[in-house]
Write a protein that binds this ligand. Structure first.
Ligand code: MRU
Length: 358
């Protein structure tokens, strides 16, 4: 997708072979900066500190991180240790473990001395596969947006999204945003309502940024406004991403997703989840078993932003020492999900429909 009119991806290998480049998402939207990841520690830190984030991008970064680690030690023990370091960075998005498992399965079959180059090639393959999956999600989701457009008689289709399940959360296209970008390219009029997504504000800082760069009409709303707009008939459908989907179709996504799904059900609106099949976790029977990341209290009590003098500053918004709780994700029960848009088609959120997909 575009930044300042130029095609960009969220991660790409350094053509000089020094490592892997990422966009530092902690600086967006105020600065567009690239960072070179040179080794395992760099990759692990980038995931943990959320310079890269979003389930599919975390997975691809981990794959490149393993490839970087194998430059130092390509033995079975070295590979297992590096995978462990990467797996421990963030607990909820299953794409991280998925990508490491694919890498390890592939590399274990070959002698140590061939692993270094093969690991990079396979990580590149996973990155390209991510792009292709998301584009296919876009095509399947476009049909749903077209169906909504028919009821709007030429007026824009109004779509609510939560957090950033955009191209910045993947290698390109995004998951929830892929159908939006496809609809825009197809000339379907639309308007996206973007939840700010407290506490880290990925909607305000990332989704609003990428939709703006892509010239998709959009409006930023506070997290609590979505239900109100739905009740007033100002939203036609919701599309969100996912960090892990249990075997029964329960969907784990950024905190606050559940409340939007409840409001959508109450208002009789479709609530879609867009995710590649690598986000399915058939090993977990239901969403209650998904590990939920608990993040720092300071993310709730202190907010960063751009000051009038152009400097990024952090301001405290609660009394000093106020205790805070910060679960990063929640689980939306399958019964509230209208459909899961994957690269293989749109599926009912149920054990039967999802069986055998992953
Ligand atoms: O904590 P983050 O920013 O990694 O959380 C990201 C989300 O919850 C996304 O909505 C989800 O990963 C889907 S990514 C296509």
């Amino acid at each position: 997708m575009l930044i300042d009119g130029a095609r960009r991806q969220s991660i790409w290998p350094d053509p000089e072979g020094e490592g892997v480049f990422i966009l530092d998402q902690t600086l967006l939207p105020h600065a567009v900066a690239t960072v070179l990841l040179r080794d395992l520690a760099d990759a692990a830190r980038a995931i943990k500190d959320m310079q890269v984030r979003g389930a599919p991008l975390i997975g691809v970064t981990a794959a490149f991180g393993l490839a970087l680690a194998l430059r130092a030690d390509s033995s079975d023990a070295g590979m297992a240790k590096a995978a462990e370091v990467l797996r421990a960075t963030r607990p909820t998005a299953v794409n991280l473990a998925w990508a490491l498992a694919r890498m390890t399965e592939f590399l274990q079959q070959m002698p140590d001395e061939l692993r270094r180059d093969a690991a990079f090639a396979f990580a590149r393959h996973l990155a390209e596969k991510d792009i292709a999956c998301n584009e296919a999600i876009g095509d399947h989701g476009l049909a749903l947006i077209r169906a909504a457009a028919e009821k709007r008689n030429g007026a824009p289709v109004r779509i609510l999204t939560h957090c950033n399940a955009g191209w910045l959360a993947t290698v390109d296209w995004g998951t929830a945003t892929a159908p939006i970008y496809k609809a825009q390219a197809a000339g379907v009029p639309l308007h996206v309502f973007v939840d700010e997504t407290r506490p880290r504000n990925q909607g305000a800082s990332l989704t609003a940024f990428e939709l703006g760069q892509q010239r998709v009409p959009h409006t930023l709303i506070v997290d609590n406004a979505g239900g109100h707009l739905m009740q007033r008939g100002e939203i036609d459908l919701a599309i969100v991403g996912a960090d892990r989907i249990a075997a029964n179709g329960d969907v784990c996504n950024k905190i606050g997703t559940y409340l939007k799904a409840l409001a959508a059900r109450d208002c009789g609106l479709p609530f879609y989840v867009a995710a590649p099949v690598s986000t399915l976790d058939p090993a977990l029977a239901e969403g209650g078993l998904i590990p939920i990341e608990e993040r720092a209290q300071e993310e709730v009590t202190i907010m960063p932003g751009l000051a009038a003098n152009g400097e990024v500053v952090a301001v405290r918004i609660a009394p000093k020492d106020t205790p805070a709780r910060n679960p990063g994700f929640d689980v939306t029960p399958a019964r509230l999900v209208s459909g899961i848009i994957t690269e293989k088609g749109v599926f009912e959120a149920s054990k039967e429909a999802l069986a055998g997909l992953a």
